[in-house]
Design a protein around this ligand. Structure first.
Ligand SMILES: N[C@@H](CCC(=O)N[C@@H](CS)C(=O)NCC(=O)O)C(=O)O
Length: 229
């Protein structure tokens, strides 16, 4: 048991891709909440995410999606909000106090904005579109990490001294920024924050490249992102 009031009657299905940071943030939160879940790998190489069966789950044709009983929900941050609202009755992960709630939302917007279009985009380009320079993405990442480095000098986590879904939403693409050629060496405070998340009971990591990519890289490069090159 996880100590929370509500508990899924059956394992929550997480439709994901193993190198997707958006998928990983959901898996990480499910694991930290000690909720039962089942991973369903979506074959992005075979474009399974663009087939009618998957589009019925998410018309945007993107992972992650969860199914919790009768509920089907797409979008990583929406899923974090749902899981926190439904399964954390103590409201630690999504505080209800107006300023705290707004601060969490602000960092969810960062995860969907500068983080997605900075370090996450640089990683995607570096891993899958090797000819790309990713200069704009790297500049965005630097701006973002400068802000986070300063911000985290004042608190242990992004919103106060206890972890919230703001930290979960921003963890993966920050931790994996080096895969996009962005060093975290200049950011000791940021690295301390990553370590605090990694030391939480139930922490699970995402596959790292090139290990994670070893068997998939050539296939991915030629099929998955070719349309975006
Ligand atoms: N806003 C979405 C973004 C999800 C996203 O970008 N998913 C990527 C994998 S990381 C995807 O499915 N890409 C395939 C595509 O867009 O065709 C979320 O937060 O879940």
């Amino acid at each position: 048991m996880n100590g929370f009031d509500s508990f899924p009657v059956q394992p929550i299905k997480l439709y994901r891709f193993f190198l997707s940071g958006h998928s990983h943030r959901v898996e990480l939160f499910l694991s930290l909440l000690k909720l039962p879940y089942e991973l369903v790998d979506i074959d992005l190489v075979a474009k399974a995410h663009k087939q009618p069966e998957f589009l019925a789950l998410n018309p945007f044709g993107q992972v992650p999606v969860i199914q919790d009983g009768d509920i089907t929900l797409a979008d990583s941050n929406a899923i974090l909000v749902y899981l926190a609202s439904n399964y954390d009755s103590g409201a630690q992960w999504l505080p209800r106090e107006p300023i705290m709630a707004a601060s969490v939302q602000r960092w969810l917007s960062v995860a969907a904005g500068p983080l997605a279009f900075g370090p996450a985009a640089a990683r995607r380009l570096k891993l899958f579109v090797t000819s790309a320079k990713a200069e704009e993405e790297m500049a965005r990442a630097k701006n973002l990490f400068d802000v986070m480095e300063n911000h985290l000098k004042n608190s242990l986590f992004l919103v106060g001294d206890v972890p919230t879904i703001a930290d979960i939403a921003n963890y993966t693409y920050t931790a994996y920024a080096p895969e996009g050629g962005i060093s975290l060496d200049p950011y000791p405070v940021l690295r301390g924050w990553l370590q605090r998340i990694e030391s939480m009971p139930g922490f699970v990591s995402m596959a790292k490249s090139p290990l994670g990519l070893a068997c998939h890289f050539s296939v991915l490069k030629s099929h998955l992102f070719s349309a975006k090159e």
